[in-house]
Write a protein that binds this ligand. Structure first.
Ligand code: CO
Length: 172
């Protein structure tokens, strides 16, 4: 399965509110397979469809890249509850290369989503998996982790972001 190109900060598809999936067909299976392949090639732990230019509510998550047993495919995911405890952990993103920063998020979440066949599933996640899921669901709402950084950190990365957005491959 062929991998896909990663859209970089500045590309408007990353800022769109992605559309719900309502057809569980071959096209969706192929998209998921290509996203899994892309995540492996790019050495990421998660990937949302807008990052490969597809504005649909689809994401793949794998805290152990390449391990099929820890792979989670999320379609139309909704975080239905979050725990009270928060944690600040450093994040990065394939669409925002060379920039990292501390993001505060709830440790525990409950997510409801559809699987590849359109069946509803519910997952309780904590720690890293929870964090990746929250990061990917953000992508589906057009939110990037840099939006959640402290004011000071945002100021510090302003120049780098401007450079990223002016790259030739950004479709503005
Ligand atoms: Co990301």
């Amino acid at each position: 399965m062929e991998s896909m190109g990663i859209r970089i900060y500045g590309d408007k598809v990353l800022r769109r509110n992605a559309e719900e999936v309502d057809e569980f067909d071959e096209e969706l299976s192929v998209l998921l397979a290509r996203m899994v392949e892309t995540m492996i090639v790019e050495e990421g732990v998660g990937l949302a469809a807008p990052q490969v230019g597809i504005s649909k509510r689809v994401a793949v998550v794998n805290p152990e890249p390449g391990n099929p047993e820890t792979l989670i495919k999320l379609i139309n995911p909704r975080i239905v509850s979050v725990g009270e405890d928060m944690e600040k952990v450093e994040e990065g993103c394939l669409s925002v290369p060379d920039i990292r920063g501390m993001v505060e998020r709830p440790i525990d979440i409950e997510v409801v989503f559809l699987d590849e066949k359109g069946l509803e599933r519910k997952l309780e996640a904590k720690g890293l998996v929870s964090r990746i899921i929250q990061h990917e669901v953000d992508h589906l709402d057009g939110i990037l982790f840099i939006d959640r950084l402290s004011f000071g950190r945002k100021t510090m990365i302003k120049g780098k972001l401007k450079q990223l957005a002016s790259r030739d491959n950004a479709e503005n």
